[in-house]
Design a protein around this ligand. Structure first.
Ligand SMILES: Nc1ncnc2c1ncn2[C@@H]1O[C@H](COP(=O)(O)OP(=O)(O)OP(=O)(O)O)[C@@H](O)[C@H]1O
Ligand SMILES: [Mg+2]
Length: 262
């Protein structure tokens, strides 16, 4: 069964899609067949980052117009992409349940994949919580900014109260150094630990990399080999740490949840 890794952040624009695309390319290159699922129905951009213009996407699958395999497109290095859609004309609330069922279907039927990486929209709506709850690893991207802390905390709190999740992986994006990233993570872990019985795991950081920003401007396939290698080296560090954790999300007993709802 493929391992499902979902990436979320609460706050928008912190680097989820960049991380998802680069992690997926690295998984496909060095670890095993990988499917990137873009679950963003308002501002999907994985296909833009990967320089493709797919004719079918996840909305076609959710609406029953396409089989999931027919909406999966092979990109650059063999990575499979199930693209999202921008400003999809769908009722997001009612699509959330279908999206969750789709991931479960992909887990059961997508046996040709070793990894499924899910990009999620900003916020902590039901769709994001559902995605995290059906994943083996929930990865939270944070920046060293108060707004990122507040929004990521809100997401984790909702995921704990509404979906009983008790374990999150963390990647610090755009840190100045490894030391600074560790300080940012320690601070965030302290904030979460003050209020919630959550296990926060540190999985590494990304510096502010011109390579990543350029890839998002030009698209990955237009990118030079050296830049690809530099990004892949950073992704590999994060993946080694993430894949070393035994998969499976912790879940909280109902009595503990009652205390926190009070
Ligand atoms: N480590 C990094 N170094 C430099 N630029 C980065 C880095 N990570 C992300 N960016 C840039 O930050 C911007 C936002 O990134 P991205 O679109 O991945 O964020 P997001 O969290 O997916 O946003 P949204 O919430 O809108 O989906 C992009 O221009 C991207 O190139
Ligand atoms: Mg995004």
């Amino acid at each position: 069964m493929p391992m499902v890794i979902s990436v979320a952040s609460g706050k928008g624009g912190v680097g989820k899609s960049s991380l998802v695309v680069n992690l997926s390319l690295c998984l496909q290159e060095s670890y095993g067949p990988t499917l990137l699922v873009d679950s963003d129905l308002l501002m999907a951009n994985s296909h833009i980052l990967l320089n493709t213009q797919p004719k079918t996407d996840i909305v076609d699958v959710l609406e029953g117009h396409s089989e999931w395999r027919d909406a999966v497109h092979k990109v650059s290095n063999g990575l499979a992409l199930l693209p999202g859609r921008t400003a999809a004309n769908v009722l997001l609330g009612s699509e959330a349940e279908k999206m969750k069922n789709l991931i479960t279907t992909l887990k059961d039927d997508g046996q040709e994949f070793d990894y499924i990486v899910v990009d999620t929209p900003a916020g902590s709506g039901v769709g994001v919580l559902d995605m995290l709850s059906v994943s083996d690893h929930a990865v939270i991207v944070i920046l060293g900014q108060a707004t990122s802390f507040v929004d990521a905390y809100a997401l984790i709190k909702n995921a704990y109260l509404e979906r009983h999740l008790t374990r999150f992986s963390t990647v610090v994006n755009m840190a100045k150094s490894a030391e600074q990233a560790e300080i940012i993570f320690a601070k965030f872990k302290r904030v979460v630990g003050q209020f919630l019985p959550i296990e926060m795991i540190y999985n590494g950081f990304l510096p502010n990399m011109a390579d990543i920003n350029e890839a998002s401007i030009k698209g990955h396939s237009a990118h030079d080999m050296m830049a690809k290698a530099r990004i892949a080296a950073k992704m590999d560090e994060i993946l080694k740490s993430l894949l070393a954790i035994s998969s499976g999300m912790g879940t909280a007993p109902e009595t503990a949840l009652k205390m926190h709802r009070l």
